[in-house]
Design a protein around this ligand. Structure first.
Ligand code: FES
Length: 277
């Protein structure tokens, strides 16, 4: 996928990215956008929704190859086109909160999906079966290319991945001294290192809370964010996590933040991460 690697660095794409991003960012933030991200599912919604369109297009292609019933093929294409609407909306919501390199690949991914949809629409309007098949074949090739770009975004660029997943594998089981209590100001997030793992510590209301500092969305530093009540907000794209258990209060993050248990002994703060090892 050298082409996709090159797309990441093609700054000329930014002229297309910017107006589209401005448009998508006008979507009201809050519950509706969180729904599109998949906060309620604990997983990005886009990959799940995409299966419907891709499955319908591939099934239509297989039926075409086997000389299947034209009516059935057209129904599958119609279902694929309808399914592509939620796929596009969920994808756009995720895309609006990504890094610029991801957005460059993403804009080409979206353009290829749109081109595939136009070809499938043209296949429905075509009068002859031969012509309809030609449009469907072109649509399937374009949609496949677009899927490869989506794979590049997911697996190479880690868009939608849980960027805090490695934390439980890097922390040794048991309790570890993290800081002296007196070194922690009240209400201000502080970054401390536990071996090679950055931890954000917040002292408030007589309790010390500790979460992995690297945001599960795209690895932003939570210690640079703001604490409000019992939650902390990432400075990069505004994901908010409960300090008590790392649960997602609002997206774009969908994965919870690893949350440490804490103890204060003899003036020192100790932490333990459940599920390590
Ligand atoms: S890195 Fe995107 S919200 Fe934290």
């Amino acid at each position: 996928m050298r082409t996709a690697d090159r797309l990441e660095e093609t700054t000329a794409l930014d002229t297309a990215v910017e107006p589209y991003r401005n448009l998508v960012q006008r979507l009201p933030a809050g519950r509706a956008k969180d729904f599109l991200h998949g906060v309620w599912l604990g997983h990005p919604l886009h990959p799940a929704v995409v299966q419907m369109a891709v499955g319908a297009y591939i099934s239509a292609g297989v039926l075409d190859l086997m000389g299947g019933d034209e009516k059935a093929v057209r129904r599958l294409v119609g279902f694929g086109l309808l399914s592509s609407v939620p796929a596009a909306v969920t994808g756009a919501a995720d895309w609006s909160d990504q890094h610029e390199q991801q957005q460059r690949v993403g804009i080409v991914h979206a353009a290829a999906n749109s081109a595939a949809a136009v070809m499938y629409l043209a296949s429905l309007a075509a009068r002859s079966r031969r012509r309809a098949r030609a449009f469907r074949f072109a649509g399937l090739m374009t949609a496949s290319l677009s899927s490869a770009l989506g794979g590049h975004m997911s697996f190479r660029q880690a868009a939608g991945a849980n960027h805090a997943e490695a934390v439980p594998h890097l922390v040794e089981p048991g309790w570890h001294r993290l800081a002296a209590l007196d070194d922690l100001p009240v209400g201000t997030p502080i970054r401390r290192m536990l071996g090679e793992v950055p931890v954000v510590v917040v002292r408030q209301d007589g309790v010390v809370r500790a979460l992995a500092d690297q945001c599960s969305h795209l690895a932003g530093p939570l210690s640079g964010g703001e604490v409000d009540g019992g939650a902390i907000t990432c400075p990069w794209h505004g994901s908010t996590f409960r300090l008590s258990d790392g649960g997602v209060v609002c997206g774009p993050a969908t994965a919870p933040q690893p949350a440490f248990e804490t103890q204060v002994r003899d003036g020192d703060v100790y932490v333990c991460l459940p599920g390590t090892g």
